[in-house]
Design a protein around this ligand. Structure first.
Ligand SMILES: *Cc1c(COP(=O)(O)O)cnc(C)c1O
Length: 455
């Protein structure tokens, strides 16, 4: 394994031509969305007013393991894909570990994260359906940036509801989106009924992803020829992100390596779900024994302390009910710097796999996560997004465990993005002003009280 280059690329003809749908391999499928009014599983017609038709098909498809990637999307992918798979030789050396560490780096495009993989697909299908505009929410700003880029490329108008605290913490994210032509509205806002209601109940709130989703859905439903798009959580988003896992698997096989541990940060579960997708299918079929680890912030512990329950995807309770690990749609997390991980719920696919014991989960507080980020930046050179740094922390801990036991395991983690827009967070960290906030059981109970079954 010593002849592995620092950076492994696939050739253009080795790029995946189809996405991987892990649900086809799952023995028990994630539970379908439930219509809150009828209590019945949602069918295609229930979802069409909100989402593009092709995405609804993908959302409900539990049987086709491979779904072809249209040529136009493959062409756009070629601008920034394949993403590099990097052997973290320098990190291994600093940790003095016998483990072999690899990371798949998704920060090599201007939007700065893996989110462009799904943005490209979603905007292409919207355009193909003849839609003229889209709405969405963004927390940390990465999804909004990715979608702005894709909308500019394919020629679709976009309104982004940006969580108010994030728009204040990261003003240049807003400018980036505006440069690509997007209309950016801090949320909660007075441009929607639900925004006005949230503002009147919680004046001065910094907002949350859940609020911003409610506003974006309301705006989409009220605007002709417009639909809502979401950057994480949903099954079709994980499907698009499987490009990450497929490339990684192909690149590792090229060098005869296979991972023992795969680690990803988990906000809504899309990068983790995408990275593990083809490896998980093999595991379910008994072809490997990989350990999968989801890493989340202690301040928003959906998997490690949440409930596996039916819940709404948004604060305004306008979405279908989703069976997932959740802190309750009423949970408003503390202003942690990893904005992309501040979501109350979790992908139903990742939730089901976790519930069935295929995935483990860990949580860390933000100062230890930033320690890991700084350590990584100093030796590997890449400045990680705070979200990605959760996976780095998980990988460092796994590598140090190998040092104790003397095992030379192969550790793979997802480095989902860069942290150039997170300078105020890094500044706070360097000045020793970073606080750690872990919700008490009572804090969590308030969120659980908002669950529809009252559990
Ligand atoms: C959005 C985001 C995440 C978290 O979202 P997932 O859907 O859980 O992947 C992680 N890292 C970065 C850089 C992000 O932008």
């Amino acid at each position: 394994m010593s002849n592995i280059p620092y950076k492994i690329y696939l050739e253009e003809n080795e790029l995946p031509k189809a996405w991987h749908n892990v649900r086809a391999a799952m023995k028990e499928k994630p539970e379908p969305f439930i219509h809150p009014a009828t209590g019945n599983p949602c069918v295609k017609n229930d979802l069409l007013p909100v989402f593009c038709e092709e995405l609804v098909e993908q959302e409900l498809n539990v049987s086709d393991e491979f779904i072809p990637i249209p040529d136009e999307i493959q062409d756009f992918y070629r601008i920034f894909r394949p993403s590099p798979l990097i052997r973290a030789y320098f990190l291994e050396k600093i940790l003095d570990t016998p483990a072999k560490i690899f990371y798949k780096f998704e920060g090599n495009n201007t939007s700065g994260s893996h989110k462009l993989n799904s943005a490209a697909a979603q905007v292409f299908y919207a355009k193909k359906q003849g839609l003229t505009s889209l709405t969405t929410e963004t927390g940390a700003g990465q999804w909004g940036s990715a979608l702005s880029m894709a909308c500019a490329h394919f020629g679709v108008e976009l309104t982004v509801y940006m969580v108010k605290v994030s728009s204040e913490q990261k003003p240049y994210r807003k400018v980036l989106m505006q440069t690509y032509g997007a209309n950016v509205v801090p949320s909660p806002s007075d441009t929607t009924d639900i925004g006005k209601k949230i503002l009147s109940e919680n004046p001065g709130t910094g907002g949350s992803l859940g609020c911003a989703i409610s506003e974006a859905i309301e705006a989409a439903v009220k605007t002709p020829n417009c639909r809502y798009v979401l950057g994480s959580v949903l099954n079709h988003v994980l499907l698009h992100q499987s490009i990450v896992g497929l490339e990684t698997k192909a690149a590792m096989e090229k060098y005869g390596v296979s991972p023992d541990i795969i680690i990803g940060c988990a906000g809504g579960g899309s990068n983790l779900g995408g990275l593990i997708s083809p490896f998980m299918a093999d595991k379910i079929r008994g072809k490997n024994n990989i350990e999968f680890v989801a890493v989340e912030p202690s301040s928003c512990p959906s998997l490690t302390r949440g409930k596996y329950s039916l819940d709404f995807g948004d604060t305004g309770k306008t979405t279908p009910l989703i069976k997932m690990y959740t802190l309750g749609s009423g949970f408003i997390p503390s202003p942690n710097h990893a904005g992309g991980l501040r979501y109350h719920g979790m992908s139903p696919i990742v939730s089901k796999l976790y519930h069935d014991g295929y995935i483990n989960a860990k949580s860390y507080n933000q100062s230890e996560v930033f320690d890991a980020a700084a350590k990584f930046a100093k030796c590997e050179g890449i400045l990680p997004a705070p979200e990605s740094a959760h996976a780095i922390k998980g990988a460092i801990d796994a590598a140090l465990k190998c040092k104790e036991s003397g095992e030379s395991k192969v550790i793979l983690f997802g480095l989902t993005g860069t942290g150039y827009f997170d300078m105020s967070a890094y500044q706070g960290y360097l000045e020793g002003k970073m606080s750690d906030y872990t919700p008490s059981d009572e804090d969590l109970q308030k969120g659980f009280d908002s669950l529809p079954d009252g559990s």
